[in-house]
Design a protein around this ligand. Structure first.
Ligand code: UD1
Length: 320
């Protein structure tokens, strides 16, 4: 039984990770519930939930000073890129400063830590067009969010190189699955699509807004594959000081995605077409060779992931 600290552990990816970890391990979660919810977490005597902010350094110091952790997953972030563009200073405090401050406290108080895993994003690649994206591809971050993620990555790795803090980085592609929050206009496209199906139950006029022609593609990765990747990355000796793309290694267009969902549900998605979003990239997918070399092999095809996601809706009285 190991001791874990998961920041942002009540959010979408965090809660999926924590609910898996608490089956066998002790987990401390810190989350300010800005996007996440305590209800996302299963009940367990292995779980300790702290409602708090990663920018509350007194609190963070207390947590790190008083307990030895084996693994730390830093997932807390303001995940909305649009938000980072509107509130660059505040989002920088969460997405960059908190990481730096956390690393420093880990250096001071966590001599037995086995691994600190930082969650980054494919957003760091920006609009550079070479595909698939390799970890060493050109980095062209275009927003405060992406620059914060990339700078934080560099600090995370520097703490390994200079101070021997055992760190590594995961760059997530387009993650989808249960508990993804669809509430922002910039929430992930699959969560928006599922939200639309759910709203259609009460209002038959609801339509899904499709920006562009639907031929844009993404590397959609089911959250359980992400959890599996995080487990490998955190435990493999070769991942120390390294960066990994976390995706499936395959591009799926939005039109292909809709056809998969419609096939499972036996219903059509009513679509209202809008102009492509400014700065939207046409195609994106990951080269996952580096992660595969650690033994990772995605378990979920797009169809299998969507079937499980839809099953989750149906089992949680949100029947669609
Ligand atoms: C993702 C990030 C985004 C980041 C970008 C950089 C998420 C949720 N978004 O955006 O913050 O800037 O990577 O790499 O992870 N779409 C619709 N209708 C909708 C929502 C989206 O048509 O209601 C379209 C978008 O215009 C886009 C595609 O679906 O073409 C995917 O959108 P999204 O899920 O936001 O992902 P990214 O664009 O990859």
């Amino acid at each position: 039984m190991a001791n874990y600290l998961v920041t942002g552990g009540a959010g979408f990816i965090g809660s999926n990770l924590v609910n898996d970890l608490i089956k066998e391990h002790k987990v401390v979660v810190i989350d300010n519930c800005s996007m996440g919810k305590v209800e996302n977490l299963d009940h367990s005597s292995n779980l300790k939930f702290i409602k708090g902010d990663v920018t509350d350094y007194t609190l963070m110091e207390r947590i790190l000073k008083n307990k030895n952790f084996d693994y730390i997953f830093h997932l807390a972030a303001i995940a909305s890129v649009a938000d980072s563009v509107e509130r660059p200073v505040e989002t920088h405090q969460v997405n960059f400063d908190s990481v730096f401050q956390l690393l420093e406290r880990v250096r001071k108080y966590q001599p037995f830590l086995k691994r600190f895993v930082f969650s980054s994003s494919a957003a760091v690649y920006g609009d550079e067009s070479t595909l698939p994206k390799q970890e060493e591809s050109v980095i062209r971050p275009l927003t405060t969010y992406a620059i914060d993620k990339f700078s934080a990555e560099k600090f995370v790795l520097m703490y390994n190189n200079l101070y021997g803090v055992p760190t590594c980085v995961a760059r997530f592609f387009n993650v989808y699955g249960p508990r993804q929050n669809p509430s922002s206009s910039y929430s992930g496209v699959i969560s928006k699509c599922m939200d639309c199906f759910e709203k259609m139950k009460d209002n038959s006029n609801v339509k899904f807004t499709l920006f562009g022609d639907g031929k844009q593609s993404r590397d959609f990765v089911f959250v359980k594959d992400v959890i599996y990747a995080l487990q490998i990355i955190s435990e493999h000796p070769n991942s120390l000081g390294e960066v990994y793309n976390v995706g499936v290694g395959k591009a799926t267009t939005l039109l292909e995605l809709f056809s998969i969902i419609e096939g499972i549900l036996g219903k059509n998605l009513p679509v209202s077409y809008e102009k492509a979003r400014f700065g939207d990239i046409k195609e994106s997918f990951a080269d996952i060779a580096k992660l595969s070399a650690l033994g990772y092999k995605p378990k979920y095809t797009m169809r299998k992931g969507m079937e499980e996601y839809i099953l989750y809706f149906n089992q949680n009285s949100k029947k669609i």
